[in-house]
Design a protein around this ligand. Structure first.
Ligand SMILES: [Zn+2]
Length: 308
């Protein structure tokens, strides 16, 4: 087991204990008699909370600080998936969750990408990648386009309204509010990136295809779709050549994964590094949310790409 997986599992155990301790005290959100929604990872939990508010009880399977791609599930989490009214997930992102859904939740799981046109999953890793990226039907990182978050919210609204008709009005207004805030965020990004010196977005992990497509950037990934895939020396040399030839000044790395690959390329080329958060989870103790993280990402891109 890799250290990151061990940390995730330890954190999970704590989360389950906390959930158990909280369930009997009569004061927390488990008292909601509305639907229980289990979200595979943070952006889906965020969308569910925006739609359902206090009408629903949301469980996020990926704890703060954990990297969701290689999440492992505890038996009690599999039980939560089995017993939920609705499970939200993105196929191909988290193999453990895909497997649990097939086994115990195929009748109450929602693939939130069902209404979203998927971009192809490109695989740059020529050897040694144990992740089954070739099985992906498309790039799973849809949530990094705010307009896709609106679509996800609408899907959640429709499913929740079918499960709990008394909540339908509340779910409709939650969805309308999410639509408005995602439209505002989209406008902020469109305006903020209208003129940039460089449109090449060199990133450590290829999480940003939907963001790049929406805001007219070209994603150049050092590693592949799975953040822990190790690029080969030949791939690193190609990226370094690209950075020099295209006058790229900033290499982006992410919060939950070791930055050494990005740092290697930066040191070799004289480029700077900066954080671009794929919002696959919150950092431990974070007080941010999807919107504030996307605004921080916009500021990072504006600085790193020379946007006026
Ligand atoms: Zn990812």
């Amino acid at each position: 087991m890799r250290p990151a997986a061990f940390v995730a599992l330890t954190a999970l155990t704590g989360l389950v204990l906390a959930a158990c301790a909280g369930s009997g005290d009569g004061a927390d959100s488990t008292d909601s008699d509305g639907p229980t929604v289990v979200a595979a990872f943070y952006p889906l939990a965020y969308a569910a909370e925006r739609i359902g508010g206090d009408q629903i009880f949301v469980v996020d399977l990926t704890p703060p600080g954990a990297e969701p791609h290689d999440l492992e599930l505890s038996p009690s989490q599999v039980a939560q998936i089995a017993e939920a009214d609705l499970v939200l997930y993105i196929p191909g992102l988290q193999p453990a969750i895909d497997e649990a859904i097939t086994q115990v939740a195929s009748d109450h799981a929602l693939d939130v990408t069902a209404q979203i046109p998927l971009l192809p999953a490109e695989e740059h890793i020529e050897d040694g990648d144990e992740h089954a990226d070739e099985e992906l039907s498309g790039d799973p990182h849809v949530w990094l386009n705010p307009l896709n978050m609106s679509i996800i919210g609408q899907e959640i609204r429709d499913r929740l309204s079918a499960i709990d008709k008394t909540g339908a009005d509340a779910f409709a207004s939650g969805s309308a509010e999410l639509d408005a805030s995602m439209a505002a965020l989209n406008t902020e990004w469109l305006v903020g990136t209208a003129t940039c010196r460089s449109r090449d977005l060199v990133v450590s992990h290829e999480a940003f295809a939907y963001l790049a497509a929406q805001y007219n950037f070209v994603q150049v990934g050092i590693a592949g779709i799975s953040p822990e895939a190790e690029p080969s020396p030949a791939r690193l040399a190609d990226i370094a050549d690209f950075v020099r030839a295209n006058d790229v000044t900033t290499i982006y790395y992410e919060t939950l994964v070791d930055p050494k690959v990005a740092q290697t390329v930066a040191e070799e080329t004289g480029a700077a590094t900066a954080v671009l958060d794929p919002i696959e989870g919150l950092a431990e103790g974070s007080t941010q949310d999807y919107v504030t993280l996307m605004q921080a990402n916009l500021a990072a891109v504006q600085a790193g790409q020379g946007c006026a």
